[in-house]
Ligand binder design. Structure first.
Ligand SMILES: *[C@@H]1O[C@H](CO)[C@@H](O)[C@H](O)[C@H]1NC(C)=O
Ligand SMILES: *[C@@H]1O[C@H](CO)[C@@H](O)[C@H](O)[C@H]1NC(C)=O
Ligand SMILES: *[C@@H]1O[C@H](CO)[C@@H](O)[C@H](O)[C@H]1NC(C)=O
Ligand SMILES: *[C@@H]1O[C@H](CO)[C@@H](O)[C@H](O)[C@H]1NC(C)=O
Ligand SMILES: *[C@@H]1O[C@H](CO)[C@@H](O)[C@H](O)[C@H]1NC(C)=O
Length: 346
């Protein structure tokens, strides 16, 4: 459960989608594709700017330092020397000879969406904290996310990343639902594992110590993102105010998921795995051939159980507000979790 070991690879992630995740009308598709293409162009145009401002080199140095500080020994698995799956559009090719500088200096690859699928399990009012593991079992993962303002090409400072994912056996904390583990277990409402919020620094970066998500029925393995801007911190270390400028989901390469799922306790799940290629959110997010909503990643040690470093850059339109898309299943309060009821609330 500690991050004292290490190695390498890549993912990219991002998220997006729309509240009616099953709305595949051609109008929606055309609009989405246009948007993604514009967003991609915007972010590509940011690359020079970020380079001039030294932001890319700082990101490179930060991630290399993070890797060095946590790894036991740099391992570059041979199986990542090829692009893993074309559905991920991975551009990272890693061999045992790849220098770290090459590894971490990739241009930001990310896409934002005007619509985000928050999913049925967001809990509002989580605590601001870096380590969200709460003693759960699973493969440790350091998540490093950088947020870039797609309009100014500047890092977004003081953005709050609200993160959540299910545990190694596919259950979310904070939610009591028949779609989420044991629907009769009211004690789960008070649990907060694998949920938390972190603020971005002057380079637009926020980090978490979490665990690699397991899986549940009908969805590919993913991590959620809500980006709060202009929010304020309350004395009890929760957020108030501001607005939600991005809602998304981040994904992992399928071969990585397969390795994780073979380890304990992930391998105790008997729920069928939904692969990335069959996931409706992945499909929406990859409608544009340039979009690559998967984390890049590195091993932290000799074996996958030693943990992973996963990083991604996200382009966000801070002018946009997606508050009305952010339905939540429950709220965390001073007296614990309070369910929103059978239907989602806003
Ligand atoms: C991803 O890889 C799998 C296994 O090789 C393959 O079946 C699938 O078609 C690939 N997905 C895409 C979109 O190419
Ligand atoms: C995942 O969370 C559920 C709900 O708290 C719990 O029953 C289950 O044991 C957890 N999985 C693991 C591996 O701890
Ligand atoms: C899960 O993995 C552990 C550790 O490798 C192994 O001992 C166990 O037999 C596996 N369980 C299943 C159901 O495959
Ligand atoms: C950003 O959001 C604003 C407000 O919704 C919108 O007018 C603008 O077109 C968006 N910019 C991009 C690049 O999507
Ligand atoms: C934090 O404080 C706010 C404002 O008083 C309250 O609504 C919320 O329930 C509190 N949250 C927790 C986790 O204590």
């Amino acid at each position: 459960m500690h991050f004292s070991k290490v190695a390498l690879f890549a993912l990219t992630g991002l998220a997006v989608a729309h509240p009616g995740a099953h709305d595949h009308s051609s109008y929606t598709k055309v609009t989405k594709r246009d948007f993604l293409q514009n967003a991609r162009r915007s972010l590509d145009q940011c690359a020079d700017h970020l380079e001039r401002r030294g932001i890319n080199s700082r990101a490179e140095a930060r991630r290399a330092a993070l890797l060095n500080a946590n790894k036991k020994r740099a391992i570059f698995p041979r199986d990542t020397d090829k692009v893993v799956n074309t559905s991920h559009h991975s551009t990272l090719k890693v061999t045992s000879n790849t220098p770290e500088t090459d590894l971490f200096s990739q241009n930001p690859t990310c896409i934002l969406s005007p619509e985000g699928e928050v999913g049925p399990f967001w809990v509002k009012g989580e605590l601001i904290r870096n380590d969200v593991r709460d003693g759960q079992a699973g493969i440790p993962i350091i998540i490093d996310g950088q947020f870039i303002d797609i309009n100014t090409c500047e890092p977004i400072q003081d953005l709050y990343w609200d993160v959540w994912n299910c545990n190694s056996t596919g259950v979310y904390s904070g939610v009591q639902s028949d779609m989420n583990g044991n629907g009769n277990d009211a004690t789960n409402l008070d649990k907060t594992f694998l949920r938390g919020i972190q603020k971005t620094d002057s380079d637009g970066v926020a980090q978490f110590k979490s665990l690699f998500p397991g899986h549940y029925s009908g969805r590919a393995t993913h991590i959620h993102v809500i980006a709060h801007t202009n929010a304020h911190v309350l004395p009890n270390n929760t957020l108030t105010g501001g607005h939600i400028s991005h809602i998304g989901q981040l994904f992992f390469d399928q071969d990585l998921i397969t390795k994780v799922e073979s380890t304990y306790p992930y391998n105790t799940s008997t729920v069928a795995i939904t692969e990335n290629g069959d996931d409706h959110v992945v499909q929406v997010e990859t409608e544009d051939s340039n979009s690559d909503p998967f984390f890049e990643y590195a091993y932290l040690g000799d074996s996958i159980e030693d943990g992973l470093l996963a990083w991604i850059t996200m382009g966000v339109n801070v002018s946009a507000s997606h508050d009305s898309d952010a339905s939540y299943a429950a709220r965390l309060t001073a007296s614990g979790g309070v369910s929103s009821g059978s239907s989602n609330s806003f």
